[in-house]
Design a protein around this ligand. Structure first.
Ligand SMILES: NC(=O)c1ccc[n+]([C@@H]2O[C@H](COP(=O)([O-])OP(=O)(O)OC[C@H]3O[C@@H](n4cnc5c(N)ncnc54)[C@H](O)[C@@H]3O)[C@@H](O)[C@H]2O)c1
Length: 249
């Protein structure tokens, strides 16, 4: 095992379940010390324990990414555990299904708070040290629905489009200063989030996919691992799509 001083550190938000959990595991096996954030501390702790048991380095940190004080706490806990953050993966997310005409203001606001505000709040905290070091990677988990829209998911799709816009804009501002920013827009992936959608919605979506199946969280983690690596040095402001062919750009 390398000494902790030279192990790069990654924060993965929403890493207590699904895609974030798979990303945390993959980054730990890629050699990162991983801060496993989640709203649910028990879930985050379980993932951190799994990583530690397989000889990786991880720390569970509770916090709601839509809360400014919570994000300051997550960032401080990450620094105290592993030093400056080399890689931030904004993955925390929620889903909620409603026709546009029935959508409540509170549901719309919560969708934007977790996805867009959360991505903004976490990114603004890690960015200064990355710019000072002229080195860093930020990966935002969007969704293919942010590219094509989704029935009964207008607020979700709009929030994910906003993440893609934020990703491109920030990439234009900071890439010449050593910080690479990209997005990943997965298609439907077998996680609790997708299983919370109606069976009807899932069946309709599965029938549309050229690959004929939903993805697995590990297949998204592989894309994140690539984007974080030096092999992705020319990828700037891109939105990569591990999406079973749901979107072809
Ligand atoms: N599953 C899919 O089909 C799919 C497709 C495209 C994009 N995504 C996106 O991938 C990301 C992960 O989704 P998933 O499918 O793994 O879902 P999931 O429900 O399995 O995991 C999401 C995790 O985020 C945590 N979380 C929710 N709100 C949070 C907050 N405010 N602060 C901190 N943590 C919070 C939850 O507690 C949960 O552990 C989300 O951003 C989601 O929108 C998922």
């Amino acid at each position: 095992m390398m000494s902790s001083a030279i192990i790069p550190s990654a924060i993965v938000t929403g890493a207590g379940s699904g895609i974030g959990r798979a990303i945390a595991h993959r980054l730990a096996s890629d050699g990162y010390a991983v801060v496993v954030n989640d709203l649910k501390i028990e879930a985050a702790q379980l993932v951190a324990d799994e990583i530690s048991t397989s000889d990786g380095k991880a720390k569970a940190v509770a916090g709601d990414v839509s809360s400014e004080p919570d994000t300051v706490g997550i960032h401080k806990a990450a620094f105290d555990a592993f030093g400056d953050t080399a890689l931030l993966v904004n993955c925390a997310g929620i889903v909620h299904q409603s026709l546009f005409e029935n959508l409540e203001v509170a549901d719309f606001d919560r969708m934007f708070a977790v996805h867009v505000r959360g991505t903004f709040l976490m990114t603004r905290l890690v960015l200064p040290a990355m710019l000072a070091a002229r080195s860093g990677v930020i990966i935002n988990i969007a969704s293919q629905l942010g590219q094509i829209g989704g029935i009964e998911l207008s607020h979700y799709a709009a929030a994910k489009s906003a993440i893609i816009g934020l990703t491109k804009s920030l990439a234009r501002e900071v890439s010449s200063r050593g910080v690479r920013v990209n997005a990943v827009a997965p298609g439907p992936i077998n996680t609790p989030l997708v299983r919370a959608l109606s069976e009807d919605w899932q069946a309709r979506k599965a029938a549309e996919l050229p690959l004929g199946r939903f993805g697995e969280p590990e297949e998204v983690a592989a894309t994140v691992s690539f984007l974080a690596s030096p092999a992705a040095s020319l990828f700037v402001g891109q939105t990569l799509g591990p999406n079973s062919g749901d979107v072809m750009l």
